[in-house]
Design a protein around this ligand. Structure first.
Ligand SMILES: [Zn+2]
Length: 268
């Protein structure tokens, strides 16, 4: 078996990256956990593969401020969530603290044209890529429409503007925006439902909240090795406990056949 990582291409600068891919925001997410067993406060950065039930929106709201809960309170909230959606699962095994809920709000300084967008913390795709993934691996992936909140009028091909603050994320504040985004092609967030087995070297793991302390965080492209023993059979999945998304060779071939833009497929 061979596996392929979906990856953003290299950009000339952080400004270009921010200009093409934009940035994300959201209204609802699981609170952070303040674990009284390992004395760690933490939250995962993976999105939930489920919509937030109506009855729990208040408890998941980030509108006023981000919330945190002690371990036992978090277990209660996670159980409520599992019951509400009629899901099998265990708190802190099936779910993690901090996961945000769809829909994603996307602010993008240039008019989006690419098949893949890589705002920090999310993978966003065009309708034709959504169709292809639904076709090939609908059981392994949840896909949600993205709300295009602010969209710039410029084309990404023009030289990238540098904001007065010098911060890439401020490009959106100075970009001329489209008054009406209804003419923009829709975009979708891709959320794999499962992950491959943990490949990182685990130093310790909390028995209550599952907090993992790893020895080395492997991030360099050449270090991303996915072996078949770690594979759980999904055609699209997160690589262990990371945010990297991997696909099987048939999905890679189907993607390559449509020549998607703004993505690289790297053998793992
Ligand atoms: Zn803990």
């Amino acid at each position: 078996m061979r596996f392929w990582q979906l990856s953003a291409p290299e950009y000339a600068s952080d400004y270009q990256q921010a200009n093409i891919n934009g940035s994300i925001d959201w209204d609802l997410q699981f609170p952070t956990v303040d674990c009284d067993v390992c004395l760690t406060s933490w939250e995962g950065s993976r999105p939930q593969a489920y919509l937030c039930p109506e009855s729990l929106r208040c408890e998941m709201s980030t509108r006023d401020h981000k919330r945190s809960l002690f371990h036992s309170e978090h277990v209660k909230l996670q159980k409520k969530f599992l019951d509400e959606l009629n899901l099998q699962g265990e708190p802190f095994l099936t779910l993690r603290p901090g996961g945000r809920f769809p829909p994603l709000q996307l602010d993008i300084p240039s008019r989006p044209r690419a098949d893949f967008l890589w705002p920090f913390g999310a993978v966003v795709v065009s309708a034709r890529i959504r169709d292809l993934l639904v076709d090939l691996c609908h059981q392994d992936v949840a896909i949600f429409p993205v709300n295009l909140r602010k969209v710039g009028r410029r084309e990404a091909k023009l030289p990238t503007p540098i904001p007065r603050s010098g911060e890439p994320e401020d490009i959106i504040n100075e970009a001329p925006l489209l008054a009406d985004t209804s003419g923009i092609e829709p975009y979708f967030e891709v959320v794999p439902r499962q992950q491959s087995r943990e490949h990182r070297v685990i130093e310790s793991q909390c028995g209550a909240c599952g907090w993992i302390k790893t020895k080395v965080i492997q991030t360099k492209k050449w270090e991303r090795r996915m072996v078949e023993d770690h594979w759980n059979g999904e055609r699209i999945f997160y690589w262990g406990g990371t945010l990297f998304i991997a696909v099987t060779e048939d999905v890679k071939n189907a993607l390559q056949a449509v020549h998607p833009s703004n993505v690289e497929l790297i053998e793992m």
